[in-house]
Design a protein around this ligand. Structure first.
Ligand code: ZN
Length: 368
């Protein structure tokens, strides 16, 4: 069965490897052993698939313990992992199937491990998946948004709006010590509005696809110029649950057509890779391949994706498509705008393109 959260660990781990960091993949009981093996295996594959590998990529190191049967394994894990801390104080750890539930035998032991690492390692980067929302140890906190890395200030200003709104919940950007590449380019705004546009949201709209494609081509995307972006440098990101590629049955017949925006992009000749909810459900094998491919930008294609599939990744050009989330849960438009800014716009390093949607005058904005 395909697991999105494991993919997120793989994407983040892949990024660390490409930056030259060793990645410690830790399983703490027999239940998490298979998941950890898969994470480690996918990381190694992603690294070997990279057409332009860095000169000194990191290594994947697997650790297996049995916290369930042996309490002494906790100290052993602390010792082993502290031995892996680099001279600059950094340690990169992935924990899949991390159940901190205090009513289970090994939950408190896992909490102890994370707390000991957090105390002892100043540069601890630890990502855990499979964590229950009501059992998150206090030493775990949102990490990926604290350092802006290479984002241009013009992009950061858009993200900052959301950080300000969520003061206290999201960590503010810290000074990364890395000079930003100028102020970046002016944010480009397109509009899902006018005669040829169809549907409530840009994701459904073929015309929006065509206009986004035209804008990308105008920016020189894929034209081959040495300083210009390639197709692989572009993310088109949405929170919409409705994004999908053609869905095919076992005989290869299309049972449900690709979203309008995807068809519009292809009409203009852009090579496109799509990662939507329905693709993950119906085209599992292709999606697994594409996820790995996108993690290392192996193939020169524009990626159209749900925001949650590209956490930890960045691209020079990001196109933001507002969309409807299936589960609205009474969230306000501001909440959704915040999600867009934190999870989509923050993926952009240089050129941001926003597709604006005219406000609704009826109750359709709260439909599911
Ligand atoms: Zn449109």
């Amino acid at each position: 069965m395909y697991e999105g959260k494991t993919v997120l660990l793989v994407l983040q781990g892949g990024r660390w490897l490409l930056q030259g960091h060793d990645v410690q993949v830790v399983s703490t009981d027999n239940d998490s052993r298979a998941a950890s093996r898969m994470v480690a295996g996918q990381l190694e594959m992603a690294l070997s698939a990279d057409p332009t590998p860095p000169p000194t990529p990191g290594a994947v190191v697997r650790h297996h313990y049995n916290f369930f049967n042996r309490e002494t394994d906790v100290q052993q894990a602390v010792t082993d992992l502290l031995a892996r801390v680099k001279a600059d104080g950094q340690l990169h750890v992935l924990l899949d199937e991390a159940d901190f539930d205090s009513s289970a035998v090994h939950g408190p032991r896992l909490t102890t491990l994370v707390a000991r690492l957090a105390e002892s390692v100043p540069g601890l980067h630890l990502w855990a998946a499979g964590v229950r929302h009501d059992a998150i140890p206090p030493s775990l906190r949102p990490e990926p948004l604290t350092v802006p890395l290479r984002c241009a200030p013009s992009v950061l200003r858009e993200v900052q709006t959301a950080v300000d709104r969520y003061q206290g919940l999201v960590h503010n950007y810290s000074d990364s010590g890395v000079p930003a590449p100028g102020d970046g380019l002016r944010v480009i705004r397109l509009s899902h509005h006018g005669n040829a546009h169809r549907g409530r949201w840009p994701v459904e709209c073929q015309q929006c696809g065509k206009e986004v494609a035209a804008e990308l081509l105008r920016l020189g995307v894929g034209s081959g110029g040495s300083s210009l972006p390639n197709y692989r440098d572009v993310f088109i990101i949405t929170r919409s649950s409705e994004l999908q590629d053609d869905i095919e049955d076992d005989a290869g017949r299309v049972t449900s057509r690709a979203s309008g925006v995807v068809r519009g992009l292809r009409d203009e000749g852009l090579p496109v890779c799509v990662l939507g909810n329905q693709d993950v459900i119906h085209n599992t094998a292709r999606c697994e391949r594409d996820h790995k491919d996108v993690a290392v930008a192996a193939t020169d294609r524009v990626t159209v994706t749900r925001y949650d599939y590209v956490q930890g990744l960045e691209r020079r050009v990001v196109v933001m498509l507002p969309g409807r989330h299936k589960v609205n849960e009474g969230r306000s438009d501001d909440d959704f705008d915040t999600i867009d800014r934190l999870y989509a716009i923050s993926r952009c390093t240089t050129q941001l393109v926003m597709v604006d949607v005219p406000p609704v005058t009826t109750a359709t904005s709260t439909a599911t």
